[in-house]
Design a binder for this molecule. Structure first.
Ligand SMILES: [Zn+2]
Length: 459
């Protein structure tokens, strides 16, 4: 099947683009449209489809199916949402996510019991690192066990908080099979044609859900996975990126031990993607990368507080930093009151990384922040928080630069942005106006159509 997109703006020129067998086969002023599906581009820009370099697909799907607390601004609205969810649903587990103590107030099992009675409820902290359970939920999950991570009060009674026990909990709660269809549709409407799922240790169960979503096309995007040991095991539906390593200052940081883990991956020919957020974590990660020596494709995930004295090592080791400018908008006001004063200049850096010669890519970390790349691009240009404060004015980048950070090949992050060119895969995003207009006021409403491998996935 042949598709021709006429009258499209490609890198400033008005051309027609011919797609055949999933690839772009011709870009010219005049092309033969006979027998083809013709789409009138109406002068809008045609760009390569965006790639979000850090998401958590199954968590995005799960969040849609549970109670989303993130939009709620007060303790009262939090209480209201949980009370009505409990009253309006059948028996069984209730699940909520996006709890934020700064907006929703302090939490323990007693507050939850008062809202949902003896229903089993689990509420996920917005960091994704902790859950708070109602007493009925605790009884079901603990079942007499008390692993490390179950917070106890002065009398040795569980408070409801379970810290860093995600996988442990998942083994004790009947699995749900979240649908990725809506996630795929939302991403396609943003012009996103590929994602890198950064979830560590994707087990067999989660891989099966992803495999079936990709093969029945409910998730139309190209998928790169980090939390997989054996690339062959997923070769039928996904590519495998660097190995995800999570380090955590709460459980202890050891640069030498980390360097040995990194080296073991490098020896097998695989780069690493190290989750490092705080100053102590980024210093440890970069120190360990230096000890292990450079390997093409190594990345730091987040680098939320990244002191400038690490720049030389990152630049010389060709390490990419996968940043989340969206967090400046969504959580910036909280940062201003909570982040150490000496860390503020190094918070969610962007422009200064680029000028230090460090490769940068963008990931939303959805569902931690919105997956909308156009909001993220806008925030990267303004560095404005929800209430209008500006964080790190000197870290602003122009919208074209930020868009470029969504366009790099997911397996070659330091490379140049993917382009609309002959011979390339037809992973495309058609906008309704010229690119300069979109970049002047980035907004997902400008996305008109999205193709993955020549197949229309959003219109
Ligand atoms: Zn993440």
């Amino acid at each position: 099947m042949k598709t021709v997109i006429t009258n499209a703006e490609v890198e400033g020129r008005h051309v027609s683009v011919v797609i055949e067998d999933g690839c772009i086969v011709e870009i010219d002023k005049d092309v033969v449209t006979l027998g083809a599906d013709v789409v009138d581009g109406a002068g809008g820009a045609l760009i390569a489809g965006l790639h979000d370099h850090h998401v958590h697909l199954l968590a995005m799907a799960a969040r849609r199916e549970g109670i989303d607390l993130d939009p709620l601004q007060t303790p009262q609205s939090f209480d209201e949402a949980l009370r009505s969810a409990s009253a309006n649903s059948e028996s069984g587990w209730l699940r909520a996510s996006g709890y934020d103590e700064h907006r929703h107030g302090t939490l323990d099992c007693r507050r939850l019991n008062a809202l949902v009675g003896n229903r089993a409820l689990r509420v996920q902290h917005r960091s994704g690192l902790a859950w708070v359970l109602s007493s009925a939920g605790l009884d079901l999950v603990l079942n007499g066990e008390l692993p490390d991570g179950v917070e106890l009060d002065a009398d040795g009674v569980p408070t409801g908080w379970l810290l860093r026990l995600d996988e442990w909990i998942a083994r004790r709660i009947p699995p749900t099979t979240p649908s990725l269809r809506e996630v795929g549709a939302e991403l396609a409407a943003f012009g996103i044609t590929g994602v890198t799922d950064a979830t560590p240790n994707l087990g067999q169960g989660r891989l099966e859900i992803l495999r079936s979503a990709v093969s029945d096309r409910s998730l139309p995007q190209r998928v790169v996975l980090l939390g997989v040991d054996d690339p062959q095991a997923v070769a039928d539906f996904a590519k495998v990126g660097p190995a995800k390593i999570v380090i955590d200052e709460v459980t202890g940081l050891d640069p030498d031990a980390l360097a040995r883990i990194i080296s073991a991956h490098h020896l097998k020919g695989r780069a690493v993607a190290i989750h490092a957020v705080s100053r102590a974590e980024t210093v440890t990660a970069v120190t360990a990368l230096a000890l292990a020596g450079p390997h093409h494709g190594d990345r730091i995930e987040h680098g939320s507080v990244l002191p400038e004295d690490l720049d030389a090592i990152l630049a010389s080791g060709s390490v990419t930093v996968v940043i989340q400018p969206g967090l400046v908008g969504e959580r910036g006001d909280h940062y201003l009151s909570s982040v150490d004063r000496e860390d503020l200049p190094f918070l969610h850096r962007a422009a200064s990384l680029q000028s230090a010669g460090i490769a940068v890519a963008i990931g939303s970390d959805a569902p931690v922040t919105s997956a909308d790349p156009w909001v993220t691009i806008a925030t990267a240009t303004t560095r404005r928080t929800r209430s209008g404060n500006v964080i790190g004015e000197s870290e602003r980048v122009d919208a074209r630069t930020a868009l470029g950070w969504y366009l790099t090949d997911p397996l070659d992050l330091g490379g140049s942005p993917r382009r609309v060119m002959c011979g390339g895969a037809a992973d495309l995003c058609l906008l309704d106006v010229p690119l300069d207009e979109v970049l002047a006021a980035p907004n997902a409403a400008h996305v008109r159509m999205t193709w993955v491998g020549g197949r229309l996935v959003y219109s």
